[in-house]
Ligand binder design. Structure first.
Ligand code: GDP
Length: 383
């Protein structure tokens, strides 16, 4: 009889062509009996989830399974890149499930963040994509902060699947590992359950909880192409993506000055009143302040020595930049009940994937330059 060409762990068709795709196994292992794909092998042996990237069409086909078998959806988003974390077209697949938004990487947030304000803002952003949000939870899958709440929420879900959904790099794998480690209780932790011969490429993970078996379903992470992290090399990323808690950087800015956030964002202060602005970005990101009239020269001639990021190679994929008008007076926006009072406190200009800039709320007219594929968002001030 012919050897099965299917991973005995997850049921994916085995292949040795593309290691980012499901079912990858080194060709040397292909012909052995009872082969596990590399991902299942690592889960079994090292307790580790590997991110798998898939195409858009493949992805849609896979998440369609959620509609057919509704359950609880843990929708993982990156607190530093909310817009880059929103999964396209998710709404129609999860309309009959319960969705809890898991806001990951809060270990990076500065001290003093107004979590209720952040929660409301995130809820609004996600609901604007027509996804009905049951709850918003803050966690750090890395430091395990907030994990108690997640465990508490999933523990009774013994009769329906629990899906973990999110864009690539939001921390889905880290979260699943953090969940799994809570249930392992000292013994051989978890197994990847077998799927019946299959076109369905979701990996399942059964965990024995105190109130019964929990069936987690890991969905692959999509890649946008319109996120800062999708456009930068590892060296550039080490300057841009925060890896430790952000320390706010305060600048007293005069009209007629420009501030560069590396070479990724540029804020021109054209007119208004002298004010303190605060940058909440990676502690490694080079910040450069200059006169507005010098800014074009710096932009053109000092990308590599002063601005540093993106590097020459990454600049090619960044393309052109686009200005966004920024005007602020004492804020008059009305906010829903229970969220933060914005009046006179200024607001945050959010740059997805990079962080945010807080304007004081006094008069400011100017513009913010960003890569043309990246749009800023505004929200009531968080800190
Ligand atoms: P996935 O692609 O969604 O499965 O994401 P991963 O779990 O592979 O994580 C993506 C990146 O984010 C990795 O570099 C992780 O180390 C990092 N990461 C994940 N969770 C956290 C977290 O809670 N805090 C921090 N600071 N980094 C995290």
């Amino acid at each position: 009889e012919q050897t099965s060409r299917i991973c005995v762990g997850c049921g994916s068709e085995l292949q040795s062509v593309d290691e980012t795709q499901p079912g990858f196994v080194p060709s040397s292992a292909q012909d052995k009996p009872n082969v596990l794909c590399r991902r299942c092998f690592r889960i079994r042996n090292y307790g580790e989830f590997m991110p798998v990237a898939v195409s858009d069409a493949d992805y849609q086909a896979q998440v369609a399974q959620i509609f057919d078998h509704p359950g609880l959806v843990l929708y993982v988003v990156d607190v530093f890149d909310l817009s880059g974390s929103l999964v396209p077209n998710l709404a129609r697949f999860v309309m009959n499930s319960d969705v809890v938004v898991i806001v990951n990487k809060v270990d990076l947030l500065p001290k003093g963040v107004h979590y209720e304000g952040l929660r409301e803002w995130i809820r609004e952003q996600v609901q604007s994509t027509k996804v009905n949000v049951e709850d918003v939870m803050f966690v750090s899958a890395a430091t395990k902060e907030g994990m108690d709440g997640v465990i508490e929420r999933v523990i009774d879900e013994v009769s329906r699947p629990i899906y973990v959904v999110g864009m690539a790099n939001t921390g889905k794998s880290t979260l699943l590992n953090a969940i799994a480690s809570r249930f392992e209780m000292g013994k051989a932790p978890y197994t990847v359950s077998r799927r019946p011969g299959t076109t369905l490429r979701l990996s399942r993970l059964n965990l024995e909880g105190p109130r019964g078996m929990l069936q987690f379903v890991d969905t692959p992470g999509l890649i946008h192409g319109t996120r800062v992290i999708d456009r930068l090399c590892a060296d550039c990323l080490s300057l841009v993506v925060p890896d430790t808690r952000i320390r706010p950087r305060v600048y007293q800015l005069n009209p007629g000055q420009t501030i560069f956030l590396g070479g990724i964002a540029r804020l021109d202060f054209e007119s208004g009143l002298r004010q303190g602005i605060v940058l909440y970005v990676s502690n490694q990101l080079p910040i450069h302040r200059t006169k507005l009239e010098r800014a074009d020269d710096i932009w053109r001639d000092h990308q590599d020595d002063i601005l540093q990021v993106p590097c020459e190679a990454c600049r090619a994929s960044f393309g052109s930049f686009k200005p966004h008008r920024i005007q602020s007076r004492r804020a008059r926006e009305r906010v829903p009940n229970g969220t933060i009072a914005v009046s006179g406190r200024g607001r945050d200009i959010v740059i997805p994937g990079l962080g945010w800039i807080t304007l004081s709320g006094t008069a400011f007219q100017g513009q913010l330059w960003l890569p043309s594929w990246l749009d800023p968002a505004f929200r009531p001030r968080l800190v």
